[in-house]
Ligand binder design. Structure first.
Ligand code: IPM
Ligand code: MG
Length: 362
């Protein structure tokens, strides 16, 4: 089969990690007899430099027409880059929000899994790690505070900023359905995270999630307040299977969950719409401080490519092969800087990509 992938290298370490993911995809193609073709799309700071905007209509069209999208990362050093001397809707991150909205990617799936080999890089105590953890965060991605009306004005002589958090029941229902569907393929447990003791949007969230749960009698549903969830993640991470939550809470909790896997450089993500179409990107940012030094960890991007194979192309065997190769490389002791511990072999970004690609087998 031939798959046409829109590739968005983006800024910072984006181009180097995406290069490694394509290297691995090419090896998958070779071993399993598929053809992956790539069309490069500009987004973020590099698009601002070329076109004055973080995402052009043409770029969005190219992404829409593709079979799926692979993204590195966008953005630069906020305090130190000309990309931020403009209105917020013209900054690099606005491109990311525009493509999420433009492609209707409301379901953001972020798995957080502790590889045994990386237990030393996990900042939690051994007794808390226990048998490890394997969770998926299902984050709503096109609603809430990120897309509500916002403005800054002078009220009674004071600079006043307003951001609005809005959800309608349909937006809540469709992401809840995705969470329960994925729970059915896992350990059949959903913890829905909200702030229902304060927010109306959370109270509606809870009601709608309970309605959806009625269609999934096999799945156990619990509700958890977001502040408690932040605490539980570092106290008892093993209790989580699927975490279902709204956009902003999911943004924060997924960074926390990624850190306890040892490094944010390990966390992949898929952003899907109603169909099988998706955008796949690491959960981490563009890390401008280490860009171009060949020390970034490409694993999150490579694992995101594996999610693409599984969720968009239904290539389960191929996705398994990529995940197995990553596992094998870690078992053999290869580590990028961020996950390095004594006795391991330190490798750069490109060498890590080579190691993984070499171990892909059918
Ligand atoms: C993420 C990022 C983005 C977000 C930023 C870059 C806008 O933090 O994908 O988690 O907040 O969604
Ligand atoms: Mg984030």
């Amino acid at each position: 089969m031939n798959y046409h992938i829109a590739v968005i290298p983006g800024d910072g370490i984006g181009p180097e990690i995406v290069r490694e993911a394509c290297k691995v995809l090419d090896k998958v193609g070779e071993v399993f007899g598929h053809q992956f073709s790539y069309e490069e799309v500009l987004m973020g700071g590099c698009s601002i430099d070329a076109h004055g905007v973080p995402l052009t209509d043409e770029a969005l069209e190219t992404a829409k027409k593709s079979d799926s999208v692979l993204l590195g990362a966008v953005g630069g050093d906020v305090g130190n880059s000309r990309w931020y001397d403009v209105a917020p809707n013209l900054r690099p991150e606005a491109g990311l929000l525009a493509i999420r909205k433009g492609l209707h990617l409301f379901a953001n799936i972020r798995p957080a899994y502790l590889y045994r080999e990386l237990a030393d890089a996990c900042p939690l105590k051994k007794e808390i790690i226990g048998d490890g953890f394997d969770m998926v965060i299902m984050r709503e991605l096109t609603g809430g505070l990120y897309f509500g009306e916002r403005h800054t004005e002078i009220v009674d002589g004071l600079r006043t900023a307003v951001d609005t958090l809005t959800y309608n029941e349909e937006e809540i229902r469709r992401i809840a359905v995705k969470a329960f569907d994925i729970a059915m393929k896992r350990r059949k447990s959903v913890i829905s995270v909200d702030k229902a003791n304060v927010l109306d949007s959370s109270r509606l969230w809870r009601k709608v999630v309970e309605e959806v749960a009625k269609d999934y009698p096999e799945v156990e549903l619990r509700h958890m307040l977001v502040d408690n969830c932040a605490m539980q993640l570092v106290m008892n991470p093993g209790q989580f299977d699927v975490i279902l939550t709204e956009n902003m809470f999911g943004d924060i909790l997924s960074d926390e969950a990624s850190m306890i896997t040892g490094s944010i450089g390990m966390l992949s993500s898929a952003s899907m719409n109603e169909s099988k179409f998706g955008l796949y990107e690491p959960s981490h940012g563009s890390a401008p401080d280490i860009a171009g030094k060949d020390i970034a960890n490409p694993i999150a991007t490579i694992l995101s490519a594996a999610m693409m194979l599984r969720y968009s192309f239904d290539l389960d065997r191929e996705a398994d092969a990529v995940e197995k190769a990553v596992q094998q490389v870690l078992t053999e002791g290869f580590r990028t800087n961020d996950i390095y511990s004594e006795g391991c072999t330190r490798v750069g970004c490109a060498a890590m990509g080579d190691c993984i690609a070499e171990r892909i087998c059918g």
